[in-house]
Design a protein around this ligand. Structure first.
Ligand code: B12
Length: 217
């Protein structure tokens, strides 16, 4: 039953069918399936599978855009359930997160933001294509404990470095912990550019920010 439902959900994302995705996500919640498992095994699995097909030249970019939109519909429904299960009322810290300038990939960043929120953090999502200046303004405006930067391309990961430099220049580096992520990034890259931490996925990013803020539970 669970595998069948998740299989159908994955197909609906690949087919770029948001109505079917919403219907199936509601069924996932009704069936008591862990929403994070549904995100990983159906939604993310679908986008990666279609991405491979696209890289092989067997799908069009329009297919990928439609699938990503269908996926976002699914995440917004499952997110409500994840946050509800997190059950937190008092925030344990505040984070801002964004995908760096020149990069419009937002799926991974949004999953990270959702899990941080579900783990009791107040999260301000700055969206995609976020300039160094916008990160600086947001640090001044929101006074966060954590700044998260996502980059999905080898070209745009350089902007993570530039943004950290700009935050230093603005005299704000000591006020925040900076964590980075995204498929082309590594722990070594994080060290090289002076970030405080790196995580390979959303689940371990929660442990990372808790550790950086000295939160134990
Ligand atoms: C979906 C997708 C798209 C969609 C994006 C839709 C959307 N709304 O996000 C669309 C079709 C729009 C797109 C566009 C492009 N794309 Co694209 N895309 C992908 C694809 C297939 C999947 C990315 C994804 O969503 N992965 C799933 C998520 C869940 O994984 P993730 O992002 O890595 O996130 C996880 C971790 O990395 C981590 N994480 C992520 N962020 C953060 C942040 C922090 C702080 C932390 C701690 C952790 C963390 O946690 C996340 C969850 O576990 C990848 C290929 C691939 N296999 O990765 C190519 C890929 C990234 N794209 C690529 C390219 C080239 C492009 C385009 C330039 C194509 C074009 N010619 O127009 C444009 C980019 C335009 C731009 N300026 O940004 C290349 C990049 C190559 C490179 N130079 O490095 C890739 C690798 C494909 C390839 N093999 O060629 N793309």
């Amino acid at each position: 039953m669970k595998e069948e439902l998740l299989g159908k959900l994955k197909d609906a994302v690949i087919n770029g069918d948001p109505e079917e995705v919403s219907k199936l996500c509601r069924r996932v919640i009704e069936a008591g399936i862990d929403p994070m498992e549904a995100i990983e095994k159906a939604l993310v699995a679908a986008i990666l599978e279609l991405g491979d097909t696209w890289v092989r030249g067997e799908a069009f970019i329009a297919d990928l855009v439609a699938a990503a939109d269908a996926m976002k519909t699914g995440i917004s429904i499952l997110k409500g359930e994840i946050v509800k299960r997190g059950g937190s009322i008092k925030y344990r810290g505040r984070a801002i997160i964004g995908t760096v300038e020149g990069d419009i990939h937002d799926i991974g960043k949004s999953i990270v933001a959702t899990l941080w929120e579900a783990s009791g953090f107040e999260v301000i999502d700055l969206g995609v294509d976020v300039s160094p200046q916008r990160f600086i303004e947001a640090i001044k405006q929101y006074n966060p404990d954590i700044v998260g930067m996502s980059a999905l391309m080898t070209t745009t990961m350089l902007k993570q470095k530039e943004t950290i430099e700009a935050i230093k220049q603005a005299g704000l580096r000591d006020k925040v912990k900076i964590v980075i992520g995204g498929a082309p990034t590594t722990e070594e890259w994080a060290r090289e550019i002076g970030a405080d931490g790196w995580a390979p996925d959303a689940i371990s990013s929660v442990e990372l920010i808790k550790r950086l803020l000295g939160i134990r539970d």
